[in-house]
Design a protein around this ligand. Sequence first.
Ligand code: KG4
Ligand code: ZN
Length: 368
Amino acid sequence: MLILGLESTCDETSAAVVKDGTVILSNIVASSASMHQKYGGIVPEVAAREQIKVIIPTIEESLRAAGIKSQDLDAIAIAYGPGLIGSLLIGTETAKALALAWNKPLIGVNHLIGHIYANWLAPVGISNFKFQISNSPKFPLIALLVSGGHTDLIYMKGHGNFKWLGGTRDDSVGEAFDKVARVLGLKYPGGPEIERLAISHQRLEVSKFKFPRPMAGSGDFDFSFSGLKTAVVNLVNPYTTTLSPSRKRGSGFSTESRITINRAEVAYDFQEAVCDVLIKKTFAAAEKFGVKTVIVGGGVSANTRLRERFNNVENTKKICVLFPQKNLSTDNGAMIAAAAFFNQDFVDPLKLRADPNLYFDFTETVDS
Ligand code: KG4
Ligand code: ZN
């Protein structure tokens, strides 16, 4: 089954052709991230205008790169939420129009579930079906979703069987990365910048910053990252702190009692605090539900240190931990096509509406 997956929930516009939910024939991603850099975050109006400009060329390119024509498609899948309303409207209305014009079934996908399904995608060029089956995640499993807007733990017993266990009560991990990067004078998006800076830090002694690990011992599956973010913001106070190696913040003020802190050390310690919390909660969920597989998805799952730390636990606890390929951790159309294939929630193109607040279904209860 060939599905055209469309993703336009935020600042990426992506179209992908995926076979049977696992084999990527093409995955074209256009991003307006660089246009938002001077504002230090996404400007929704700018993102939506860019979506309009690039969505049709992106779809055309995805068909060309896959070597197929629109007639060859079996269905069109669209991420209809959550996200920015302007960006979502461009994608959903385009998908609806194409479904009607090409006479193809339309499948609505929750963007968050798309991130989870990035773990079912085989690398481009690998079309050995046996290889994919043996490497696809085994149920039951725990999925950790760490994106720019969300941090959630989900228990999955099978395809389409999602039970939400908990989520952040305030900021998402991605937001914390982006804000911390900003106070350290790094550009948007902050996650990859923090990662790069942290790598440059040679840890020689125990952390002197002692950042909090919020809710690590709360006994539930909820998260909180605003306290950790604020701890860094308060430390990097421009009136009392000089950053080294120097970068904007901290310069320009001169007080007698300024302290000098190393930006790379802050980045490193912040990242460790995040990893500690995510690991503790995720493996506690794996233990409680007796699962042997953990999958991670969302933009923050591109983080190398997070991957390393999770893989270390994998070795000690004998739980299989899977991450998507790095380029499939952040927003892309292929993950939307994968989620569509395994869930096949067909919708009437005349009825589908973009839903900026779409989330998980809380009505289901966890029965084990
Ligand atoms: O999933 P995503 O691409 O978009 C949303 O659905 O929100 O996630 C974007 C988030 C941003 O906060 C970005 O800073 C973060 O993912 N991110 C990373 C890395 N790459 C992207 N965070 C940490 N390390 C990375 N390497
Ligand atoms: Zn996303």
